[in-house]
Ligand binder design. Structure first.
Ligand code: SAM
Length: 669
């Protein structure tokens, strides 16, 4: 199979079938259409991604799943005659033409109609006719149609289209009172006069513009109103924010007041490689520790790696039971960088001023990518305290050992049943450890807690790698659920050693995509949740969520997973983004309170969804819009937003830069 056939098959398996779309006729049709021929050349590598893509005339080729879902909802038969409104690239028309006898498709943009016609002809589709015109009027010469599919969202179901539907025919159309969000509706014509309507769920399509759709003028007016609002929104943001010149000089008193008696403060970042985000989070965390008694720092790093920092800042002796070479896994610069190093030194000094061990600030990792170093920690610990149980655990964990160098491969082979699943083995080991809590804790409670979390991580990581292969959203959720459960376990543990549970308070450092409430972003449409959402659901107003953003500068990131760190230029932000609004304010750095906004009008205007940029450990400036932007409603996502107009890449630690540091130093370089 060629590369695209492979990708197409994966798309069918993981985006369509796994979501429950099992209609063989539709799956075969999708399999027959080369989607890569319908997307702009520069986006070919994303042709089979689970997303719509931009095409000419500011329109889109729909997400593969939506095309398949709508096609299935049409219940097509080989002899059917179909009308499509909104040809776009012609992709959906090709899928329809694989099943039905005749396809008539109408597109209002001439350039799209012409290129779709040419493309479909070139690919040999002889049963498709493309018309340039207003599809809301239908195509009366060829009516009635057995099925009508509308690929753009209108305010109502156009009467003309209903009239052109044959008795017994089905129409699938997005309908909604706003220009961009709709519900998908299926209409069946039962008789000359009777129609039945069913709701198939929420969708987001480009507007249907035409005689029985949105007026061209309405769309232009709406665009103009938005444009007008945009002109003043940066001014409103300027008036509603606290400006500062540098991280050293920023006055955080008002922020501390807004945080009040929150138990959790979640600090985001808009990339995994920007020094200002790390330094500002360190600055805020120091104040939270000093002024409000925060004593837990939980970060998006693996448990066994963070345990080294915890050990170091608490001034403990080097612990032979800790993992080897911490922070040496890709992406090393995320934690082994100068900003984190400086903060680590500060934490160590701070902890020296605290005598009671249970009040020292602790540093913990919430992530689960350390499957094998966690296994090592568990086995070494058991070997010391309970060699018999260690032997059983070693045999059980042996199930995963063939995949030590590439755990993701385990998920693949387990899924295809080429290898047995190790779930029972890892869960049984965790159960053994939990059952022996009292016995093991007698020797050393902290060590037991560390090992129990490692065993928990192994169990959750095993499941994570297995689900990664068939359900992206599901594995994302498992990871964030693991992070939230780990946070809860840390809080419980610290609370059990504290006189007052309210004395235990945590700062969480993770990417914006984890800490901003998922319900306010496109993630929720994919069924994804995150630690920000889970924190709000459990702690309500006692969780304070702070997002970060930037316009341009440099960032440390790789070009592909596992690739070397590069210092890349961050592109100036997209015109429709929140970042652009912030960039246009006449100041460089600011804190923008959103939960308690200085001006309710600012919050109201910001609530309207815009694009937001997320750079991870990978940054692809060339395909930025596709790879890094998503829609969100900023004031619903965060309680506060911190802006740095220009930012710089983090500086990674090197062997040279850490020369002379003590043995207990927590970064394995
Ligand atoms: N089915 C397309 C594909 O596979 O590429 C995707 C279509 S895109 C989501 C919606 C298309 O509907 C746009 O190309 C837009 O120009 C078109 N459109 C909007 N209103 C229309 C109308 N009244 N008549 C015809 N086309 C319309």
């Amino acid at each position: 199979m060629g590369k695209f056939e492979d990708l197409r098959q994966q798309m069918i398996d993981y985006q369509l079938e796994m979501r429950g779309l099992r209609d063989k006729t539709v799956l075969d049709a999708v399999k027959a259409v080369p989607r890569e021929e319908f997307v702009p050349t520069e986006l070919v590598e994303f042709a089979y991604s689970d997303t719509p893509l931009p095409i000419e005339a500011s329109q889109t080729i729909s997400q593969p799943y939506i095309v398949a879902l709508m096609t299935a909802a049409l219940e097509l038969k080989p002899e059917d005659k179909v009308l499509e409104v909104g040809t776009g690239s012609g992709y959906a028309a090709a899928v329809l033409a694989e099943i039905a006898n005749e396809v008539y498709t109408i597109e209002r943009h001439r350039i799209l109609a012409d290129s779709a016609r040419e493309r479909l002809e070139k690919l040999g589709y002889k049963n498709v006719k493309v018309l340039h015109g207003d599809g809301t009027l239908g195509w009366p010469e060829h009516a009635p149609f057995d099925a009508i599919i509308v690929a753009a969202g209108g305010p109502d179901v156009p009467e003309t289209l209903k009239e052109q539907l044959a008795v017994g025919g089905r129409m699938v159309i997005p309908v909604g009172s706003s220009l961009h969000t709709q519900k998908l509706v299926r209409i069946r014509r039962i008789s000359e006069t009777k129609f039945e309507e069913e709701d198939l769920g929420s969708v987001r399509f480009v507007p249907l513009v035409g005689a029985a759709g949105w007026e061209d003028e309405t769309a232009t007016k709406a665009a103009e109103t938005i444009a007008k609002a945009e002109a003043t929104l940066p001014e409103l943001v300027y008036e509603s924010s606290e400006h500062f010149s540098s991280i050293d000089e920023v006055n955080l008193d008002k922020l501390m007041e807004r945080i009040g008696d929150s138990k959790l403060v979640l600090l985001g970042e808009a990339s995994h490689g920007t020094a200002e985000f790390y330094d500002m989070r360190a600055r805020i965390t120091k104040e939270l520790i000093e002024k409000k008694g925060f004593n837990v720092i939980a970060v998006e790093a693996d448990w066994p790696d963070a345990a080294h920092i915890d050990n170091y800042i608490k001034g403990n002796e080097p612990d032979p039971l800790l993992s080897k070479e911490p922070f040496s896994r890709f992406p090393t610069w995320m934690w082994a960088n100068h900003s984190v190093l400086e903060f680590t030194h500060w934490l160590k000094q701070h902890n020296q001023t605290i005598t009671a061990a249970n009040q020292k600030v602790g540093f913990y990792g919430l992530d689960l990518y350390s499957l094998f170093s966690s296994i090592d920690v568990v086995l070494e610990y058991l070997q010391k305290v309970d060699p018999k149980t260690a032997e059983i655990a070693r045999t059980r964990y042996g199930c995963l050992m063939p995949w030590a160098s590439e755990p993701a491969l385990y998920g693949q082979v387990a899924l295809t049943k080429q290898y047995r699943e190790c779930e029972q083995d890892v869960v049984s080991t965790l159960q053994d450890i939990l059952e022996k809590r009292i016995e093991y804790t007698r020797a050393d409670g902290d060590k037991y807690f560390n090992v129990q979390q490692n065993a928990r991580l192994v169990a959750n990581a095993e499941r994570y790698y297995r689900t990664m292969y068939y359900a992206e959203a599901n594995s994302w959720n498992q990871r964030d659920q693991h992070m939230f459960e780990t946070l809860e376990a840390i809080l419980d543990y610290r609370e059990s050693h504290s006189n007052n549970v309210d004395d235990v308070k945590a700062v969480i450092w993770e990417h914006n995509s984890h800490i901003g409430d998922a319900r306010a972003t496109q993630m929720s449409a994919r069924g994804e949740l995150n630690i920000g959402q889970l924190s709000r659901e459990k702690y309500g107003e006692k969780a304070y969520l702070i997002g970060f953003g930037t316009d341009h500068g440099t960032v440390a990131a790789a070009s592909e997973w596992g690739g070397p760190m590069e210092v890349k230029q961050v592109q100036p932000s997209h015109i429709d983004s929140y970042e652009r609004v912030c960039h246009e304010t006449p100041t460089d750095n600011f804190l923008l309170p959103l939960r308690q906004a200085y001006n309710p009008e600012t919050k109201k205007r910001l609530l309207v969804e815009r694009l937001e940029r997320a750079i991870g450990v990978i940054y692809r400036p060339d395909t930025e819009l596709q790879s890094h932007y998503f829609y969100a409603s900023l004031p619903r996502q965060f309680d506060e937003y911190i802006w740095f107009d220009e930012t710089n890449a983090v500086k990674p630690l090197t062997k040279e830069s850490v020369k002379g540091l003590p043995d207990t130093f927590p970064f394995g370089l």
